[in-house]
Write a protein that binds this ligand. Structure first.
Ligand SMILES: *Cc1c(COP(=O)(O)O)cnc(C)c1O
Length: 390
């Protein structure tokens, strides 16, 4: 057996429906298959390679760390972990950080903090977390329980108990759920990513903060996909003038290396004490060095460029033939196409562009620093493909 598709299909668990494309290398927003064919990467590994593939500065930061210390247990101090936590806190106003290795783990940590806080302040039975229908919070049994989409649940029950799902953007429903249940926290994504790139109403996000305050609950914002510059602000909540008690993030944070972070605000900064939580790889020096490089480069200037590139895409695609609407913020965009999204993606691929999908939409999560010329080329292809009659 020497065909890589065949080897993968035989030996890798069958959880992914892969496109017949073997990507071997890349540079910036361009990637190449084994035959040297070039593609424009409009997904950045699902919002992970925030500053593109094989970025020189990021490689230098990661390599410097890699060649001096690739790992040390959390029994000892290491520079990158401490400096990354400090940087994240200074840039956001959060007080402490717990590091893990993925989005799901960052959410698990947020949920553990919320439960401990509520049990200590209100009592042992105040463990319910209210989340939204159509949300996505991860694949572990607890973050699946938090995920408000039945399709992910059915064959894996029993899930962790204590999660209640309410309709997004229904303020009255949220208020009722918080009051009826013994609630520890409300957990939201400011833009539901996997759910179809659906931003919550600004009024709803503000109301969620108010309802949490009035009922002594915590507000958790899942910034796994929306975080780290993706929406044109460092974190998506910053677009809405609310301050969550906890945010979780991952995806773009490491620039391509696995790292999750849970940022704890004033109220909950000291909820965890010795041995409450841990992670062997959490805060790994190489991942943290990569993340520190990324976070330090998400400057106001870069975030402004994210907004400009976003505006360009909106202007090009909104109202274009075969495009019903464009949703999202910054460089996290969902495009409702008239043609079936699977056909659109297939033809984009044939024409050298790799977009993502989310539910029935085309989803674009390009690198935040995608070159304007390259972006224009990709948008032209997407427009042409969407405009075709089926
Ligand atoms: C991707 C995602 C997760 C899960 O992240 P993993 O790193 O795959 O565990 C959780 N929440 C949101 C909003 C996501 O987009």
């Amino acid at each position: 057996m020497n065909n890589i598709f065949e080897i993968d299909n035989t030996f890798v668990a069958s959880t992914y429906k892969r496109f017949p494309l073997n990507i071997v290398k890349g540079k910036g927003s361009l990637v190449y298959d084994e035959n040297g064919k070039e593609y424009i990467d409009m997904g950045s590994g699902i919002g992970v390679t925030a500053l593109g593939i094989a970025d020189e500065e990021w490689i230098a930061a990661v390599t410097k760390q890699l060649t001096s210390l690739q790992h040390m247990s959390n029994l000892y101090y290491t520079d990158p972990c401490a400096l990354l936590a400090q940087t994240l806190c200074e840039k956001t106003g959060f007080k402490k950080v717990f590091f893990s290795n993925s989005g799901a783990e960052a959410n698990e940590c947020a949920i553990k903090v919320a439960r401990k806080y509520a049990q200590n302040t209100k009592g042992k039975d105040y463990y319910t977390i209210i989340t939204l229908k159509n949300s996505f919070h991860g694949r572990t049994l607890t973050t699946l329980a938090a995920t408000g989409q039945d399709v992910f649940h059915s064959q894996f029950t029993p899930l962790t108990e204590g999660f209640v799902h309410v309709d997004a953007n229904d303020i009255a429903a949220l208020e009722k759920a918080v009051k009826v249940n013994k609630t520890a926290a409300v957990m939201i994504e400011c833009i539901q990513g996997e759910g179809g790139v659906l931003p919550l109403d600004a009024d709803y996000i503000k109301a969620a903060r108010r309802i949490c305050d009035e009922n002594d609950c915590l507000l958790i914002v899942d910034e796994v996909q929306t975080g780290n510059g993706r929406t044109g602000e460092l974190y998506a909540y910053m677009n809405f003038c609310v301050l969550p008690d906890i945010i979780s993030t991952a995806k773009g944070l490491g620039g391509g290396l696995p790292i999750g972070a849970t940022l704890l605000g004033e109220k909950v900064k000291d909820v965890f004490t010795y041995s409450d939580h841990g992670s062997t790889f959490g805060g790994n020096p190489v991942c943290a060095a990569g993340a520190l490089n990324i976070i330090n480069r998400l400057t106001p200037e870069l975030l402004k460029q994210v907004k400009e590139k976003s505006e360009y895409i909106f202007n090009e695609l909104n109202g274009a033939k075969g495009i019903e609407n464009v949703s999202g913020m910054g460089l996290m965009l969902g495009i409702k196409t008239t043609r079936p999204v699977a056909d659109v993606i297939k033809e984009c691929m044939e024409n050298g562009v790799l977009p993502l999908s989310a539910k029935d939409k085309l989803r674009l999560l390009p690198a935040l620093n995608i070159d304007d010329e390259v972006l224009k080329k990709a948008i032209d292809v997407i427009k042409t493909v969407c405009a075709k009659e089926n």
